[in-house]
Design a protein around this ligand. Structure first.
Ligand code: ADP
Ligand code: ZN
Length: 612
């Protein structure tokens, strides 16, 4: 093994580390990967909770390569199996999949391969695995392990619930000696309990990785013409990058996709109202082409394995911090800088609270949902480091402010809003606790509309008492009062009314501080600040050349460019400029197979470049 020779210490290289280097071209394990692999190799069950991009797949792929027999990977993401399998073959790993997209004879071929020991990994959709014929087939195979990916699909608490997953408990009963690992990026306690219960994983060891994603920069801005805010953000930070824009409704998805297209970006819509074929086509384009923006509802994204998604933008408030982390986690899987950008406004809060109040959920579920909403509002309005707030929510300590979020980069100014809060609440009271924010702001500013005069509100004591602030500032005051639950919103008509919690503020007994909404967008995470692309004149030509070589190889094979090399690999190439195959072998992400297949071509391109 090539790395064994280079190793400076004289101990024999650990077999799993050797496999990591040989097949995947990575230098060392991350986080709990090694512990999980060892645990599975010792024949025991595991549950792995890791953030998106945390490196879950290696946890079962490496045991699959170390032990004779087949590892079965259960995944609900049929559309992705092809890419996953292609990526493994690129690294010289023998993998295949069985799902409904294959014909009977193709399935027959795969089964043959498995029977003859020609496969290390076999991906299966749960409904396929649970068929009697499949289970009977597995009875005859030497099985290394079962990996149950996206294991949170077993839980009815999330929106990814898949009834078939409940049937997977059969694996425990039928194959008690085969180790199982359940993997998910959803960490909350309810989901975790469901996984243990429904998959019969009572003796499994739990591995909880840090949910920190240090390469993601978080920004939250108060919503003011969201589309223009998005445009400015994209122009400033991501002029040519691929990314995802999330919206709450299908209509808005369509609207924003059209608008971005009109602005000259390649943007595609994705939501459950589109034909399945259209959705698949859009997803394929997003994965295969460079620089595409997917505008989507939350119907999009589970298991999207695209490593170079450079930003995730939310134009509406996600319904929980868990959802937010899962969605933003799709950015920067390759570990390079990425942005999470969220605009949220008062209307979001109202809309979500109304949706909730009018939903069919029972009281307990409503309470959970309501709490989730309050938590994400707290995140939006925080004046502290956003990463600290996020990680605290997942019970993880993060000692110092991170330096890589908007509140760290530009500390938020706060102001004593006690008097403003009193005025705002008093105005709610005087007008009869039935008006929405726009009207209340009119009253505070002393604007005489026809409606106001008809109601005789120009005679109220709160009429015109708020001229020291602008309409925008009053909206911000109300938004923050609602977010902090210091005033409530009528679920039917959106009018504000006072609650027990309003009283101490109204009476001046409880001081209130508001955050000053920043005027301009804080510069965030120029993702290419390391200068590995078109923005750096020094390295730009080489970077572009390597991108072209990568694109040509990918087109030749009809696969997405990132299956050939990740950006992180190109970046390492630009930095190290290897001249020999030995040097090339030490590049991040180049294992034995890729060295053999593409080594000469890459070296040739580099050589030509430097001898021009
Ligand atoms: P997850 O399934 O947890 O979202 P993946 O298994 O897809 O994450 O891995 C995310 C990215 O991190 C992939 O690009 C993968 O190649 C890379 N990766 C995983 N483990 C390592 C490692 N030990 N060293 C370097 N890169 C790694
Ligand atoms: Zn921070």
């Amino acid at each position: 093994m090539r790395q064994a020779v280079n190793d400076t210490d004289h101990h024999a290289v650990d077999p799993s580390l050797a496999v990591l280097r040989q097949y995947f071209g990575f230098e060392s394990f991350r986080g709990f990967q090694k512990e999980i692999i060892d645990h599975l190799l010792s024949g025991q069950d595991a549950i792995a909770l890791m953030p998106t991009g945390g490196g879950k797949s290696l946890c079962y792929q490496i045991p699959a390569l170390l032990r004779p027999g087949v590892a079965i990977v259960v995944s609900p993401l049929i559309a992705l199996m092809q890419d996953q399998v292609d990526a493994l073959w690129q690294n010289g790993v023998r993998a295949a999949y069985i799902n409904s997209t294959l014909s009977a004879s193709q399935i027959g071929t795969v089964l043959q391969q498995a029977r003859h020991g020609a496969l290390d990994l076999l991906y299966m959709a749960p409904e396929r695995l649970l068929m009697d014929s499949s289970l009977a087939f597995l009875d005859e195979l030497p099985l290394v392990l079962f990996a149950i990916d996206e294991a949170h699909c077993v839980s009815q608490w999330g929106h990814d619930f898949r009834p078939e997953y409940l049937g997977l408990s059969v694996l425990h009963d039928r194959f008690p000696q085969v180790p199982r690992i359940a993997l998910t990026a959803t960490a909350n306690a309810l989901t975790r309990a469901d996984i243990i219960k429904h998959l019969h994983l009572r003796n499994a060891r739990l591995f909880v990785a840090s949910f920190d994603r240090p390469n993601i920069h978080y920004t939250v801005v108060a919503k003011k013409e969201a589309k223009n805010q998005l445009k400015r953000f994209l122009d400033a930070e991501h002029p040519g990058d691929a990314g995802i824009v999330y919206c709450l409704s299908r209509n808005k998805v369509e609207e924003v996709a059209h608008w971005l297209t009109a602005c000259g970006r390649r943007a595609l819509p994705y939501h459950a109202g589109l034909d399945k074929a259209v959705r698949q086509q859009h997803q394929a384009i997003f994965l295969r082409e460079e620089g595409v923006i997917m505008v989507a509802t939350i119907a999009f994204g589970m298991g999207i394995d695209k490593p170079d998604v450079r930003f995730v933008a939310h134009l509406d408030l996600p319904k929980s911090l868990e959802a937010y982390c899962q969605e933003t986690g799709r950015a920067g899987r390759d570990g390079l800088p990425a942005n999470a950008f969220l605009t949220y406004g008062y209307e979001d809060v109202i809309k979500l609270r109304q949706l909730l109040a009018n939903s069919q959920l029972d009281t307990a579920l409503k309470r959970v949902a309501r709490q989730q909403l309050d938590t994400i509002l707290g995140y939006c309005e925080t004046t502290q480091c956003r990463r600290q707030v996020l990680l605290r929510h997942f019970d993880e300590a993060y000692a110092q402010p991170c330096g890589n979020c908007d509140t760290c980069r530009a500390p938020v100014a706060t102001w004593d809003g006690s008097v403003a809060a009193q005025k705002a609440l008093s105005c709610v009271y005087r007008t009869g606790q039935r008006f929405g924010v726009e009207y209340l702001v009119e009253v505070l500013l002393g604007k005489t509309s026809e409606r106001l005069l008809a109601l005789g509100h120009e005679t109220l004591s709160t009429f015109g008492i708020g001229r020291e602030l602008t309409a925008q500032q009053w909206r911000s005051v109300y938004r923050q009062l609602v977010a902090a639950d210091l005033v409530a919103v009528n679920a039917e008509h959106g009018g504000l009314y006072l609650t027990q919690r309003s009283r101490p503020v109204l009476r001046g007994e409880q001081p209130v501080r508001f955050r000053q909404d920043p005027k301009a967008l804080v510069p965030t995470n120029r993702p290419r600040k390391e200068g590995m692309d078109s923005s750096d004149p020094e390295t730009q030509p080489l970077w572009e050349l390597l991108c072209t070589v990568r694109r040509e190889i990918a087109q030749r094979q009809g696969v997405p460019a990132f299956l050939i090399f990740h950006d992180a690999t190109l970046r390492d190439l630009v930095e190290k400029k290897p001249k020999t195959l030995d040097a090339l072998a030490n590049i991040h992400g180049i294992g034995k197979r890729k060295l053999q297949t593409y080594g000469e071509e890459i070296l040739g391109a580099l050589q030509k470049f430097f001898h021009r």
